[in-house]
Design a protein around this ligand. Structure first.
Ligand SMILES: [Zn+2]
Length: 455
């Protein structure tokens, strides 16, 4: 039997539909996991199995996070990695991450997802690229199912260790045949290609400086044979560009094209240093970007030319990036930083609040190849979030409550609905006991740091 859910009397429903309608006194009628009607409260059904009174709330499509490394929640603010750029930061962290266990992956993923969900995110990708001590992507997938988040699990990998000229220590890299075999197993076991899928697998070697050209090519072939997406890090900072020039005699964009890593089924994290040739290539081929402004600032990587990319037609989504280089997984906070950082680089009109919200909803959906999320309209998956406009951070900002979500203190959600299920109810996660998760997470975080100190 189907179940119905009505959200009514919303101060504003931000639809992100084709005409970008914002509906005052709005309502949304949901049947099971799908949005059936969106409109004025007076025009929609008045009864349902559950009714949420959204008076004083702004309703948005659930935000979409296109880049993360959730295990890094265990290694936030590590003293030795607080003040370096990308390569030195990684070199300090790899030996700690070598101690990760399956329980650590699961608990840190739950923690990272809880933080994302409470800050407005309903769909996330996670790029897990280090597999010591029998850890598996299955640990992340299990956490996503438990907490109820829509999830793209990206099977990352590193195969070129220090002895072969790569950056990671040899003990955290894998054999390429094992990587491909496990990736195939994950696709065949878990990937759901259908509309409203809660779980997809992505093929995702970590970066051009930690895997071989052969693996990049074979990964692309495998992804295309199964029609799954491809994801990696690209053109993150100037050292990254220098490595590409030295090892491949190519820019990162040229290397990506050479390996078959362009197309609507590919998205690259960062691209801070993508040149004009790369921007045109990505626009022409529909290759997507995960923009991670906090991480780019934290590691002093630079300011990604997002305004220019959007003008050229590059698909752009937003990502919080891993918690060791952000060290916050607050999705609405990231929307705010995306808006502010473009202004620092390119002027006060480089990005509006609504454009930043659009990247985090429609942009993310496009980058992840989902046509069923990112907007509130009939036939879409029922993923939406409600923010209470009466909280302190919005006092005096109700001239424009939608812009206030981005300009003011990054808010927490009052309600979150994912695939028709209420996962945050009156500010509290309904699917896990958050206090228990945080306590265990903190114990594991200390254990991980101490294990490295003891080695
Ligand atoms: Zn990353």
């Amino acid at each position: 039997m189907s179940k119905t859910l009505l959200i009514k009397n919303a101060a504003i429903v931000v639809t992100m539909n084709d005409s970008r309608d914002e509906i005052k006194n709005g309502a949304i009628y949901i049947r099971d996991n799908i949005i059936e009607q969106v409109g004025n409260s007076a025009d929609l059904p008045q009864s349902a199995d559950e009714i949420i009174d959204a008076s004083h709330h702004v309703v948005l499509p659930g935000l979409i996070n296109t880049h993360h490394h959730m295990y890094q929640s265990l290694t936030r603010a590590i003293p030795a990695a607080q003040n370096g750029e990308l390569f030195s930061w990684l070199t300090n962290l790899y030996p700690i991450w070598a101690g990760l266990t399956p329980e650590m992956i699961k608990v840190s993923t739950l923690t990272a997802m809880a933080e994302l969900m409470l800050s407005g995110c309903t769909t996330s990708s996670d790029h897990l690229y280090i597999y010591p001590n029998k850890t598996r992507l299955d640990d992340s997938l299990e956490a996503a199912q438990q907490i109820g988040m829509r999830f793209h699990g990206a099977r990352g990998a590193m195969s070129v260790g220090q002895s072969k000229g790569g950056l990671p220590p040899d003990r955290v890299v894998e054999e390429e045949k094992d990587i491909l075999r496990d990736t195939q197993r994950l696709i065949e076991t878990y990937h759901d290609a259908g509309r409203h899928a809660m779980q997809r697998i992505v093929v995702a070697p970590c970066s051009p400086f930690s895997v071989s050209r052969d693996l990049m090519r074979e990964a692309a072939d495998m992804a295309r044979s199964y029609k799954v997406s491809l994801h990696t890090h690209l053109a993150e900072n100037l050292n990254d560009i220098a490595y590409s020039r030295e090892k491949f005699n190519m820019t990162p964009a040229e290397y990506a094209e050479d390996c078959g890593w362009v197309g609507h089924d590919v998205w690259h994290a960062h691209c801070v240093q993508l040149d004009d040739h790369g921007i045109n290539l990505f626009a022409r081929t529909g290759t997507g970007i995960a923009h991670c402004p906090c991480s780019n600032m934290r590691l002093a990587s630079g300011i990604a030319p997002i305004r220019k990319m959007l003008d050229a037609g590059v698909p752009v989504g937003l990502g919080v990036d891993g918690c060791a280089s952000n060290d916050s997984g607050h999705m609405m906070g990231e929307v705010r930083q995306a808006m502010l950082l473009q202004r620092v680089g390119f002027g006060p009109d480089a990005m509006t609040a609504r454009q930043a919200l659009e990247i985090a909803t429609l942009g993310g959906a496009r980058v992840l190849n989902h046509d069923d999320i990112g907007a509130l309209k009939p036939g879409m998956s029922a993923d939406l979030v409600l923010f209470d406009t009466r909280q302190i951070g919005f006092a005096g900002a109700l001239h424009d409550p939608v812009a206030a979500l981005v300009f003011c203190t990054p808010p927490k959600v009052a309600w979150s609905i994912i695939n028709g299920r209420v996962v945050v109810r009156e500010g509290h996660l309904a699917s896990v006991d958050l206090g228990v998760v945080i306590e265990r997470h903190n114990a594991l975080s200390l254990e991980l740091a101490q294990a490295q100190a003891a080695r």
